[in-house]
Design a protein around this ligand. Structure first.
Ligand code: URA
Length: 246
């Protein structure tokens, strides 16, 4: 009986969450797009080069055996999206669905992330770039270990240095703590921009920590969903995207 009540509670939470993120639509006549960072590039120029370098990096990820995850994974999950994205989402590491498909955020948390990107922010998944701090699935969905993160980090840094986004959204504590090199709780870090230096030669990029979609799915509350929405609105303002009043 208690189990049934709990199941119903979880189900209702998920329905509410779904409604929350489908409730937002960006009212704009223009197709949603991230404000351009640079004048349009001629075809077959820099964009193609970046895409080529990103796919080369995918091959390197596929060949990587620097940590134990290289031998336990089914497929590497290097990341995917717009090579010239102004906005990059960085998660923790692939789960079972991602491991099976070789694509980031395609399971339940991915469905929520898609809603945040499309319904709440008014973008398309193909407008942004999505990746993780580790590119191979940690078994049993455990958190990636420090040595795994350290050996995988050069891949993420290379991705960020090729894409050069204007904003990075870190989903959850492991991604945030890794990029900001801190142990502070995500609750203290989220809600404001931090600076992240991709390399010594360029201006720091704005980094917004927020809760991981799987945390929201597990700990649904009006307060948590409001916090994620506030974080995304701050990102949208920074990118010059229209923010719905609601
Ligand atoms: N959780 C993550 O952090 N990354 C994924 O790709 C999927 C789930």
């Amino acid at each position: 009986m208690k189990e049934e009540r709990n199941l119903r509670k979880v189900f209702n939470q998920h329905v509410k969450l779904e409604e929350y993120f489908t409730g937002f639509s960006v009212k704009s006549n223009k197709p949603a797009a991230v404000a351009p960072q640079q004048p349009p590039q001629p075809a077959n120029s820099q964009n193609t080069d970046i895409a080529t370098e990103l796919s080369q990096l995918c091959k390197e990820v596929a060949a990587c055996q620097k940590c134990v995850l290289g031998s336990t994974r089914t497929n590497p999950v290097p990341g995917e999206g717009n090579p010239k994205a102004d906005l990059v989402f960085v998660g923790e590491g692939p789960g079972a669905d991602e491991d099976a498909q070789g694509r980031p955020f395609v399971g339940r948390s991915g469905q929520l992330l898609d809603k945040i990107i499309t319904n709440a922010m008014g973008l398309k998944r193909s407008d942004v770039y999505i990746c993780n701090i580790v590119k191979c699935r940690p078994p049993e969905n455990r958190e990636p270990r420090p040595e795994e993160i350290i050996s995988c980090l050069p891949f993420l840094k290379k991705q960020l240095s090729l894409i050069r986004p204007r904003v990075i959204v870190c989903l959850g504590a492991p991604a945030t703590r890794t990029l900001l090199n801190t142990n502070k709780p995500i609750g203290q870090l989220r809600g404001k921009f931090h600076e992240f230096s991709i390399d010594d030669d360029s201006e720091p990029v704005k980094l917004m920590p927020t809760f991981h979609p799987s945390y929201i799915l597990r700990n649904y509350s009006d307060d948590n969903r409001r916090k994620v929405w506030e974080d995304m609105k701050t990102v949208m303002v920074e990118l010059g995207l229209p923010v719905p009043k609601k």
